[in-house]
Design a protein around this ligand. Structure first.
Ligand code: LMR
Length: 396
C-alpha cells in the first residue's frame, strides 16, 4: 500500500514548532506560530476559562454523545457574539451557527459545503493569505485564485487594486476575507472601506466567506465583527468561519464555529441539515469540552466581563509591543523604515526579509519566523527584543 509513498515537507507554520523545540540555544525566539504570549513567554490559560472549566467539571454528569450540532448554548452564544445581541439576521432566523473542531475545521466544512452545493465554484483569496488557506481549499476540491491585497513597498492595503479586481467577481464566485488582523500581513480595511467592500459584494452578487480567527485583537470584540455584520445585512448569503483559539486562548481544545447566513429561515434549516450530513462523513460530531467552557463564560455576565477584560489586555499588550518594537528599531540605527509595525494590528506583520535573511536569523541567531518573514509580534518581550533587533541589524 505505502511502498510509493514519500514523506512530505513539514507544514510551513506548524513545522516551526518542532524545529524550535529541538533548538538548544538559550536565546532562541519563536516568532512563528500565532499564539499569544505574556511577558514570560508563556501562553496563559485565561482566568475566565479556568473558572468556567471548574464549573463545567463540577456540573457535568455524562460524557454521552451530544449529536451533530454539539453544545447548543455555545452555538447560540457564538451566534450572538458574531452577529450582535440585537441582530436582525438572528431575529429573522437567517443564520445557523454550528460548532466545529477549531476555525480550520470551520473553513473546511465551509469549503465542503460550497463544493457540495456548487461544484463549479472557485474561491478568491487575498494575496497573500494564511498559508493553510492555500492548502485547505484545493484539498476540498475548490480551485483558488487571488485578488491584490498587500502593498509590499508601503506595507499597506492595495485598496483600489483590490476593489478593481473584485468588480470582476459575480454570482457563483466565493470571495474570502479576513474579518480583522489579517494573517499574515496585519493590514485590514478601515470601517469606511468595509462599507464599500460590502456594497460591492451586494452589487456584484459574489458570496463572501469571512475568516474570523482573531476577533477582539484588532479594535475590540464587538468592533471586529463589523465586516461580518455588514455582509450579513447587505448580502443574501454569507459564510463565516470563526475560531475561539486566540480570543479564548483555548488553542489545543479546538473550538470554532461555522455560521451560514441564508436568504430565509427555511433555507438556513436546509443548509444546517447539509452541514450535519457533511460533518457526519468527516469527524461525525464535534468535541464538547472547549465549547462547554465558552458556553458557561458567555452565559455569565460576570465571566463575560472578565473574559472581555482579558481579551482587551492581550490586544493592548500586542499594540504596546508594536509601538516599542518600531521605536527601538528606529533608535537602533537600522535605516529601513519599520514604523508600519505600529500601524498594523493583530499578531502578525511581515518584516520584508528575503528567504536567505530568514535563514540567517534561524541559523545564526536561533530566531524562528515563517519563511515569508511573517513574525508573531506577541512573542516579543523585554528580555528578547534587543537581541532580536541586533540580529535584524546584522541580517539587513
Ligand atoms: C498561524 O497562522 O500561525 C495560526 O493560525 C496557527 C496555525 O494553525 O497556522
Amino acid at each position: 500500500m505505502f511502498e510509493h509513498l514519500n514523506a512530505v515537507p513539514p507544514d510551513p507554520i506548524l513545522g516551526i514548532l518542532a524545529a524550535y523545540a529541538a533548538d538548544t540555544n538559550p536565546r532562541k525566539i519563536d516568532l512563528g506560530i500565532g499564539v499569544y504570549r505574556d511577558e514570560t513567554g508563556n501562553t496563559p490559560i485565561l482566568q475566565s476559562v479556568v473558572k468556567a472549566e471548574k464549573t463545567l467539571i463540577a456540573t457535568q454528569t455524562t460524557k454521552s454523545y451530544l449529536g451533530p450540532p454539539g453544545v447548543a448554548g455555545f452555538n447560540d452564544a457564538m451566534g450572538e457574539l458574531i452577529f450582535g445581541h440585537d441582530s436582525d439576521t438572528i431575529k429573522q432566523g437567517r443564520v445557523r451557527t454550528i460548532q466545529t473542531p477549531g476555525g480550520t475545521a470551520a473553513l473546511r466544512v465551509g469549503a465542503d459545503l460550497i463544493r457540495h452545493t456548487r461544484p463549479e465554484s472557485g474561491i478568491w483569496a487575498s494575496d497573500p493569505t494564511w498559508a493553510n488557506h492555500l492548502a485547505l481549499f484545493p484539498a476540498a476540491g475548490l480551485p483558488m485564485d487571488s485578488y491584490p491585497y498587500f502593498d509590499e513597498i508601503n506595507s499597506d492595503l492595495r485598496y483600489e487594486d483590490m476593489m478593481e479586481a473584485l468588480k470582476n467577481r459575480g454570482a457563483g464566485d466565493v470571495v474570502l476575507f479576513h474579518a480583522c488582523c489579517h494573517n499574515p500581513c496585519g493590514v485590514s480595511p478601515d470601517p469606511a472601506q468595509w462599507e464599500s467592500i460590502t456594497d460591492l459584494a451586494a452589487e456584484r452578487g459574489f458570496t463572501p466567506m469571512v475568516d474570523m480567527a482573531y476577533m477582539g485583537f484588532e479594535r475590540g470584540v464587538e468592533e471586529d465583527s463589523l465586516a461580518v455584520r455588514l455582509f450579513s445585512k447587505k448580502c443574501p448569503e454569507v459564510i463565516v468561519a470563526s475560531s475561539c483559539s486566540k480570543n479564548f486562548a483555548v488553542y489545543r481544545e479546538r473550538v470554532g464555529a461555522i455560521s451560514i447566513v441564508c436568504e430565509n429561515e427555511q433555507k438556513a434549516a436546509d443548509v444546517e441539515s447539509v452541514i450535519h450530513s457533511l460533518t457526519r462523513k468527516n469527524y461525525s460530531m464535534p468535541p464538547t469540552h472547549g465549547p462547554g467552557i465558552i458556553d458557561i463564560i458567555l452565559h455569565s455576565d460576570e465571566l463575560t466581563e472578565l473574559w472581555l477584560s482579558e481579551v482587551n489586555a492581550m490586544r493592548n499588550r500586542i499594540n504596546g509591543l508594536r509601538k516599542t518594537l518600531a521605536e527601538k528599531i528606529s533608535a537602533s540605527g537600522i535605516s529601513k523604515d519599520f514604523s508600519f509595525l505600529e500601524r498594523q494590528s493583530g499578531m502578525f506583520s511581515f518584516l520584508g526579509l528575503s528567504v536567505e535573511q530568514v535563514g540567517r536569523l534561524k541559523n545564526e541567531f536561533a530566531i524562528y519566523t515563517v519563511n515569508s518573514a511573517r513574525v508573531n509580534i506577541a512573542s516579543f518581550n523585554d528580555g528578547n527584543m534587543d537581541y532580536f533587533i541586533e540580529a535584524l541589524a546584522t541580517v539587513l
